[in-house]
Design a protein around this ligand. Sequence first.
Ligand SMILES: Nc1ncnc2c1ncn2[C@@H]1O[C@H](COP(=O)(O)OP(=O)(O)OP(=O)(O)O)[C@@H](O)[C@H]1O
Ligand SMILES: [Mg+2]
Length: 385
Amino acid sequence: MIGDVLDGSYRIERVVGSGGTGTVYAATQLRFDRPVAVKVLRHAIDDERYQKRFLREARAAARIDHPNAVQLIDVGQCEDGTPYIVSEFLQGETVAERLHRQGALPPRHAATIAIAVLDALGAAHAHGIVHRDVKPANIFLATTHAGGPEVAKLLDFGLVKLMDGTDGLGRLTRTGMVGGTPAYTSPENALDQPIDARTDLYSLGVTMYEMLAGRPPFLRGTVLELLLAHVREPPPPLAEVAPGAAPEGLERLVSSCLAKRPEDRPADTRVVRQALNELLPTLATVVRVVRPITPVLPAATLSAEALPMAVSVPDCEPVPSSDAAPTVLLELEPRDTPRQAEVAPTEIPPTRTRIPRRWLVAALVLTAAALALSVLALTVWSASS
Ligand SMILES: Nc1ncnc2c1ncn2[C@@H]1O[C@H](COP(=O)(O)OP(=O)(O)OP(=O)(O)O)[C@@H](O)[C@H]1O
Ligand SMILES: [Mg+2]
């Protein structure tokens, strides 16, 4: 593939990364001599109806012109019929990569990323496009120029799952049935029921949960168990999974996005955005994890996204604790960042109850006195008899 020129326009330079649906290459758009990203999907499409639908979706996705959405440039098919998607080339890393590297994000950072994603989703929804695959691996933290602020950009609009010809779970997509990634999929999507824009709010809820806790709400050994959990089980409260990770208001908002029934979720992206905007000034800019993240499950049959991120803890000091599980204090922002509304670390209660020494001494004295009295009583009794 390296060195190939697709449709006489895009020269493939190197592999950037790969996911469940294909491989992303850095390429050069020959006409403008500019870098582009080319995602080559795994499966060829031979059904004409699909091809038409992909083109239709591609045209729609290309209309999403938003600073928080990756700009789609072109789509095409390799000689063997494998579809490819060309988009602007981004520098930086995905939120999945950031979580993998650093663990949970500071609440304010997580909320800022969520707001950017909501803005991109709002623009997509306004065009009648549902993303269908919102997850940390599809949010790119792009650096604009040296030292400039990061911009969160949403990748892989629904097109990818459609073009892949599968629903993201390995099943063939039927018309009207859409994909997603098991760890982030909404209950209605898991049940193969009709979906609308609110499916994206659910997946964003899972993503926000993971950004705050360092792990998604449901960790299961198989895809089926994971889907059933989305359908039936209440997510474990953030306050239990990662105490101190998010204030109550933010936790409530995330829970509302995770409602099982779409009608119980916020009505649209604007509602969530507004709530996040109001919370933003109160959110902490540092992370304090007071309990280790739940251990990673065996890989089983799940895709990488279905499994929790391995948590690495760079640049942080373990805090001594009497508990066998280490308490970890994470500080993810530069030390000179102004800190607001920091969450006080929760103290882990000692696991054994200690008896004060003076009580032991008193008990010994009393026992000795009781013994002496008994001996005296025995002596008096034997002398009198
Ligand atoms: N436009 C882009 N510019 C630069 N790098 C990109 C771009 N799009 C994706 N990447 C990189 O390519 C990697 C693979 O992306 P890909 O979308 O294939 O993975 P995924 O989202 O985990 O899986 P999938 O989308 O297939 O479910 C990403 O981790 C990201 O680092
Ligand atoms: Mg992707």
